[in-house]
Ligand binder design. Structure first.
Ligand code: PHE
Length: 359
């Protein structure tokens, strides 16, 4: 029988000499693998007499354990050494500048929307929203625009294929259907703004088939034109950041308001490509408004004898164009990165009333 002690010292010497994990694995297989030298010896235990087994058994098991432990220890040693060597060659230069990161910016419409929301929130208005694909009923009929009313042609409409339940849908032509949704679901007092996308069949430098409006609606007892005027005035002062403004109201017509007014703000356009707000000989159109038509209140389940309301609707894109000197509405929706970099706002700018281009 092979001398166990010399076999052990032989294998242990090989283990110590193993230079890497592959060599170590080969030694393990040769000793402890299925046909390894130690495994073969262990197999012979079965054929021994009980006495022999009693002495040889512990010796062979001891040999197996001792070799197994030595292999595990050498393995850790080799791994540590390999890590050590790698750490010595790999260095991280923490003084290198970081790779340039593409930085996004806030779209002027999102910025203006934040500004407008902040201004109205200060005046106690909540934000209400509605879907872009709207019931014909909410976009027109409940707003006192019956099916054959000529006002439907005022706003060239994108019609959506009739629905299976028979209801007719359109891409909303204004944000006024959100008034309807709010009044149907809420009892006065109501004080909301509803900003969002709107759609009309129209396209040139100042019209885009998709554009944005923001609507304001107040319904309460005793609401009159004075409340409307004050609100438009306060909003314009805050939005355009000027204390002295002059507003002009022109009579107008909307089927859902009575009386209806359009608001203009005094401005100076004498310098080409520039608008100065607050003084001058020109007028800037802001948008439509009026006292909510009693029939609209009644259509939405609100008693028109007890309650009155006012509403106005301004173009959000138009507001952004005026405030930030953006000449073409179509550029808002072209996703031209150079344009976005020029007109966009830094993402961490918190909307404040003293806004302005943040670069
Ligand atoms: N909805 C109107 C439009 O799109 C604007 C408006 C809103 C007028 C609210 C009066 C009251 O032109």
């Amino acid at each position: 029988m092979t001398d166990i002690a010399s076999l052990q010292s032989d294998i242990l010497a090989q283990i110590l000499a193993a230079g890497d994990e592959t060599a170590l694995e080969a030694i393990r297989v040769a000793a402890l693998g299925k046909k390894g030298s130690i495994s073969e010896l262990l197999k012979m235990l079965g054929a021994m007499s009980p006495d022999e087994r009693k002495t040889q058994g512990p010796l062979l098991n001891g040999l197996r354990d001792c070799v197994g432990d030595a292999i595990a220890a050498r393995k850790t040693q080799l791994a540590d050494a390999a890590l050590e060597a790698r750490l010595k060659t790999e260095t991280v230069d923490v003084s290198l500048p970081p790779r340039p990161e593409l930085q996004g910016s806030v779209h002027p419409i999102a910025q203006v929307l934040d500004e407008i929301t902040a201004i109205f929130a200060d005046m106690g208005f909540a934000v209400a929203e509605g879907p872009d694909v709207e019931y014909d009923d909410y976009n027109f009929t409940k707003l006192n625009i019956p099916p054959d009313h000529p006002a439907r042609q005022m706003q060239d409409t994108f019609y959506v294929a009739p629905q299976t339940d028979g209801s007719s849908h359109v891409l909303r032509t204004h944000t006024s259907p959100v008034q309807v949704r709010t009044m149907l679901n809420q009892k006065p007092p109501i004080r909301i703004i509803s900003p969002g996308r709107t759609y009309r069949v129209d396209s040139d430098a100042t019209h885009s088939p998709m554009f944005h409006q923001v609507e304001a609606l107040v319904v309460d007892e005793g609401i009159h034109l004075g409340h409307l005027k004050w609100t438009v005035e306060e909003f314009c002062k805050a939005f355009f950041e000027i204390d002295e403004i002059e507003l002009r109201a022109r009579p107008s017509f909307f089927p859902f308001t009575e009386p209806s007014l359009e608001w203009d703000m005094r401005c100076d356009r004498s310098v080409p490509g520039k608008i100065i707000f607050g003084h001058g000989n020109d007028w800037l159109e802001l948008g439509g408004s009026g006292l909510v038509h009693p029939r609209v209140l009644a259509n939405c389940g609100i008693d028109p004898v007890r309650y009155q309301g006012f509403a106005f609707g301004f173009g959000l894109d138009r507001m952004a164009m005026l405030k930030y000197g953006i000449p073409d509405i179509r550029s808002f929706f072209e996703s031209d990165l150079r344009w976005l970099r020029h007109y966009g706002f830094a993402a961490l700018d918190i909307p404040t009333l003293d806004g302005g281009l943040s670069k």
